[in-house]
Design a protein around this ligand. Sequence first.
Ligand code: SPV
Ligand code: MG
Length: 432
Amino acid sequence: MSKKKIVYIGLAADILHEGHINILKTASKMGTVIVGLLTDTAIASYKKLPFLNFNQRKIVLENIKHVDKIIPQKTLDYVENLKIVKPNFVVHGDDWKEGIQKKTRQRVINTLKLWGGRLIEPKYTKNISSTKIRSKIYSQGITPQNRLSKLSRLLKVKKIVRILETHNSLTGLIVENLNYVKNSQSLEFDGMWSSSLTDSLTKGKPDNQSVDYSSRILGLNDIMDVTTKPLIFDADNGGRIEHVPYLVKTLERIGVSAMVMEDKIGEKTNSLFDDQKKTKQDSVKNFCKKLKIAKNSKISEDFFIIARVESFILGKSLNDALNRAINYVKAGADGILIHSKEKNPNQIFQFAQKFSKTKYFCPLVAVPSTYSKVREKELINKGFKIVIYANQMLRAAYPSMVDIGKAILKNGRSFEVEKKITPIKEIISLIK
Ligand code: SPV
Ligand code: MG
């Protein structure tokens, strides 16, 4: 076959194995090989972040003799690049005939037809796949530094980073492994929220710092043992100012990616309570001092200090919230959590609109507990980069456990609840 034919291959090339080499070899026999190397954003749109970033993956590929040229492929979909390159052939393993890439494949076939190009599908190399290698690597765990920096990487490539509350290792495993395929896209949670509220409630105590940091961090260690996703820590108001450096250091050491510090003082009351009389908001000056200390205590650039503005919780104005956010960013906050307990997101949307016009705009965090009708799409449109589902796992478990307990009391046996609970066979092998 003439060397002048153009062959296009879309690749993530994060974990290269002999299957990829087979494809590249086949392609190089057919003509000039152009690899559309998926960008980090493209990869993160349908699976986990790659281990290696775009440039690292590019360097590896550039040094493979079957590759003639590399261009970025910005989406999982090939069409944009195909229309530019107009290749005679696209080569892809035949494994994408089924599953989430089925539609992508069909669009490749339709596009190639426009200029008489063809899709070549070598037989998938048996017993080897990046997905298998990747899950083997993940089952080994992750270093604290690698986990810590994941949030910063996710913020660069995701439209919104989706975080779910985790109050023990089992809920951590749910965040780690759960996925849902919707419109050929595999959806998952990007990371975990360690909530002061649910950490306290699981210990049967109120959310008023009765459960101290040491106890919460012990729980975190258990979660970190069995997961690899990033974690954001709810640090309440950071505690006493002289203790802040030690909290930051401890969190960094165990691989936490961010700590959220709220600008309240006085007796701690959970923000979702109507009555906030016992709580006051810290002065801008004091809270900025705390933020500066936190910022100066961290070692890693990727560890984020997120300042949580409680103005709306305490009935203060939009201007107060804005002024605080601006000052907090000036003091070193890497992100702003604008909290609200309204039934709709208007208040935080107004805030986002004004804040985005200032030069201090930085990643915004939403906690849609009371305004839960809001969709992630709307949050993205208003400039939010992180959404935290802050308590839903515990709220799911509690009523279910109460119902089952009641049913056992009512019936004097457990037979009636069998259908509602996980079968023994499944529960004993839940953790393999
Ligand atoms: C938590 O989850 O503990 C939080 C969020 O801080 S809230 O409960 O809304 O205050
Ligand atoms: Mg809290």
